[in-house]
Design a protein around this ligand. Sequence first.
Ligand code: UDP
Ligand code: MG
Length: 151
Amino acid sequence: MVVERTFLAIKPDGVQRGLVGEIIGRFERKGFKLVALKQLIPSKELAEQHYGVHKERPFFGSLVGFITSGPVVAMVLEGDGVIASARRLIGSTKPLEAEPGTIRGDLAINIGRNVIHGSDAPETAMLEIALWFKSDELNDWTPSDQSWRVE
Ligand code: UDP
Ligand code: MG
């Protein structure tokens, strides 16, 4: 069985606003397994690769400038269905349209300050995990209460 993993990054606004614990806590409480976690200030090259799909969009330059402006907290979560579930927990790209109860719905107001990134599909999750983490930064482990999370 292939375990599903997703890449998440708390953007500089989330770090600056002291929302790291609040955001990671939501995924922990949901029950997904954290398998990698680090804080870094992304290089321009890393940011441009990460957001490469948007390179022709008018907001690309400001997005790269923003994401490289300070520390980001990058992580990998594991669990069946985690990619789509994390996107639902994060909420819509436009925070004013994001449902209350979601991270962006509860914690953000502006599309350019929407506090967190999450991979949108299995292919992008694989690419983003490989872009942000070395394989030896990903930990194989089993929470001691795993049988209380998953049947
Ligand atoms: N973004 C922006 N202006 C826009 C569209 C997107 O600043 O008009 C930023 C925003 O931070 C968003 C990121 O670019 O999170 C990537 O856009 P995407 O559509 O992939 O949204 P996401 O996958 O983050 O929900
Ligand atoms: Mg996206």
